[in-house]
Design a protein around this ligand. Sequence first.
Ligand SMILES: [Zn+2]
Ligand SMILES: [Zn+2]
Ligand SMILES: [Zn+2]
Length: 343
Amino acid sequence: MSSGTYTGSVALGSGGRNFTPIEVNTDADPSGYLYGRVVVFTGTLMSMTRDVARQECARVGATPEQNTTKRTHVLVVGDINPGVLRPGSNVTGKARKAFDLQDGGQPIEVMTEDDFARCIQGKPITDFANVTDLFPVPGPGTGTPPKRDRLRSVPLAERPTPTPPKPPKPPKPLRREPISTDQVCSINTCTNGAAFKTYKNPTYCYAHIDVILARGGLEPLESFTHPKDWLLTRCRRCGNVAHYRFVYVQDNNAANVETCRACFWRGWGAEQRAAIGPYGDNEPVTYERAEATAEKYGHIYLGPLTNPSMAYDPHRVECSRCGRISAERLGDISFGCSCQPRL
Ligand SMILES: [Zn+2]
Ligand SMILES: [Zn+2]
Ligand SMILES: [Zn+2]
């Protein structure tokens, strides 16, 4: 991960699908070149995965974002696969947008991966590589290359003053205080007061909420607050303890699907193995590997939900940010928890 050390290999990684939670380092060195900047990547990075690049941004106090916008300060251009370009263009949509924003007066800097690597190592700006190599003069009919002076066009003195990165916002709590209501349970014969207020949908008393949860195969382990809050439950079949939203149980009930994800994915994994047979991935997943995956994607690992634990089997994890407990396959854990901000 140092500058000037490219070899021909492309960092394959796991693609853009997986998501590692990012917390921008508020204690980074304010004199760092990327400190307080919003950084966007386009093209394939050769020396590191996109995910590592995003983490490196955060480490030096920069915020990585997906798309070029009015907030963008720096566009890092990796190797551009000509197959992804629009016909007649020699730059990606993100680079095109950056040039349009430059035309509108926004001081966006375009830099090479090599420049970026120097920046995250704290090297001085005078060492920057020649960015025009990124946009070779195209053949006839393939569009006009961007002018040299448009690329790294922001003199040091004219760079906007960086905004120090803000400390991360706390996650939304899993449950709120219940809101009292004088509505009555929507079950015909029931005269109990409702547990939650709603104008569009039926509402229920606590006893009927328990009946609906039981139909979904769940026993509540805490008091009900709101249909969209996360409720800690125990599966009546397998005993797994996890959070679910009441509205999710209702949807599953309507579709005749069991809510417990431990039961669901155990069944699914077994079906996959039966269908694939001896040619599938028949190596058990080690505890260490599952734990490392969970931790990488912002979870506390609570253990496998099968024994042995095979490729498609579920695991029990707790989000280290919001505390939500769920039963998920390793592949799903790598999407991160829904509470995590997507940078
Ligand atoms: Zn009722
Ligand atoms: Zn279960
Ligand atoms: Zn979470």
